[in-house]
Design a protein around this ligand. Structure first.
Ligand SMILES: [Zn+2]
Length: 158
């Protein structure tokens, strides 16, 4: 090996990785329609349980989705998880399938599931989790209105 050959093995590392788990979060917004109804129950039960959200002709929400991944920053990049990659995964798995769609009719992975915020965060988790290859998926939080949101952390989770 010549002195002019700067092979990585011959260089002293100049970066100093830090240890510790860090939570990183990506936030996206999308719009979707739904109707809360349990087709196995009578109409009066559905109206009583879901009220306005049982409206036959659907209604929509401006959803805010926050996806958090936890792990140690990579020693080479300093990233727990590249948030650009996380943005792409969320777009491919959730936004492209749900934005301006109807959860009851248009979204394959919601077939047969009552599209409450609670069920949506579990379904979104199931879509996203296999794509998280560094660190681990920590939480999926979905805000349906200014006042109402749901969060899932996988399994028992809390
Ligand atoms: Zn609603």
């Amino acid at each position: 090996m010549s002195l002019t050959d700067p092979s990585p093995q011959s260089k002293e590392p100049t970066v100093r990785p830090l240890r510790g788990e860090v939570l990183v979060t990506r936030r996206v917004q999308f719009c979707a329609a739904h109707r809360l109804t349990n087709p196995d129950m009578p109409e009066s039960w559905n109206l009583d349980k879901y009220g306005l959200c049982n409206n036959h002709h659907w209604h929509g929400h401006n959803y805010i989705l926050e996806v958090s991944v936890v792990g140690e920053p990579d020693p080479e990049t300093g990233y727990t998880f590249d948030l650009g990659d996380l943005k792409t995964i969320i777009r491919e798995e959730i936004v492209e399938k749900c934005d301006h769609k109807n959860f009851n009719c248009d979204v394959d992975f919601m077939k047969g599931i009552i599209p409450t915020t609670e069920n949506l965060v579990i379904a979104f988790w199931n879509q996203l989790e296999p794509r998280i290859k560094h660190g681990r998926l920590f939480s999926v939080r979905l805000r349906e209105t200014e006042n109402n949101s749901a969060e899932y952390r996988g399994g028992a989770g809390f």
